[in-house]
Design a protein around this ligand. Sequence first.
Ligand SMILES: Nc1ncnc2c1ncn2[C@@H]1O[C@H](COP(=O)(O)OP(=O)(O)OP(=O)(O)O)[C@@H](O)[C@H]1O
Ligand SMILES: [Mg+2]
Length: 286
Amino acid sequence: MDQAAGDIVLNVGSGSTDGMAPGEQGLPPMLLELDRVTKRYGNMEVLKDVSLHVRKGDIVGLLGDNGAGKSTTVNVISGVVQPDEGELRWMGQVKQLTDRRASAELGIETIFQNSALVDSMTIARNIFMGREMVGPMGFMRQREMREIASEVLKTIVAIEGIDSPDKLVGQLSGGQKQAVAIARAVHFNRTLLVLDEPTSALAVRATEALFDYLRHLRERGITSILVTHNLFDAYRICDRFVAMAHGQVVLQAKKGEVTVDDLVEVVSRGRLSSKEEREAAGVPAS
Ligand SMILES: Nc1ncnc2c1ncn2[C@@H]1O[C@H](COP(=O)(O)OP(=O)(O)OP(=O)(O)O)[C@@H](O)[C@H]1O
Ligand SMILES: [Mg+2]
């Protein structure tokens, strides 16, 4: 596997990120690049030479099987985990993200796989947690926050079974909690939204609402990275794909360059068949 690594990195997307200036070749400007990022836990290399790029306004699907390294990559992008080697560039500039706040300051909003919400607080308080609206006297503007929360719940993420922002988060199902976390993230209109498995516990209607919202954000030039196991969903919504296996990037491709079957194959096998293998199997080269 490791030995074949050089062969299986198919950079069929918009090419290597090396030396690519923002907006080059009429492409949207480069927003985020990871350049040969390695992360070790003890002697286990969880990320190995991970290079990927995300252009402004794209919805990028970060794909891969369990343990492929997706959440670790999300943690690096969010500043929660620092790489042992390699660098992260934001709009072409090298950044050292020492913590989550550092990524938030750049405009990166992350919904983690296990989103941290406070059970004993209301939905409204959770949505505004850490960014409470405060009046001139230092009092929290509860009514305004409630009204906005109510609006966000209705329009952004239609959460099944939630009618009031005053409900305690502890009384919600896992899927409803995730939807609150999504509502929180999308309300604060970030430059880059990173969603780690946001739809795994969402009902169909809430998933569709989220996808509509991601499309809406894209129209406004806001970029998203979507980590998902649902490759059909990914194919529907994403403009580009980055697939990982065993801590490495094994495919970067634009939507028009791969089929959903290619994604299934690359995720399940950890690589895409070579041209020779395809020909041997009678699959016409695309
Ligand atoms: N803090 C940690 N300490 C040690 N090992 C870790 C740590 N975090 C992740 N790992 C290991 O790194 C590998 C990649 O994990 P990661 O969570 O990035 O995978 P993933 O692609 O998000 O998987 P899933 O689809 O199951 O969420 C796994 O083998 C995991 O056990
Ligand atoms: Mg994960």
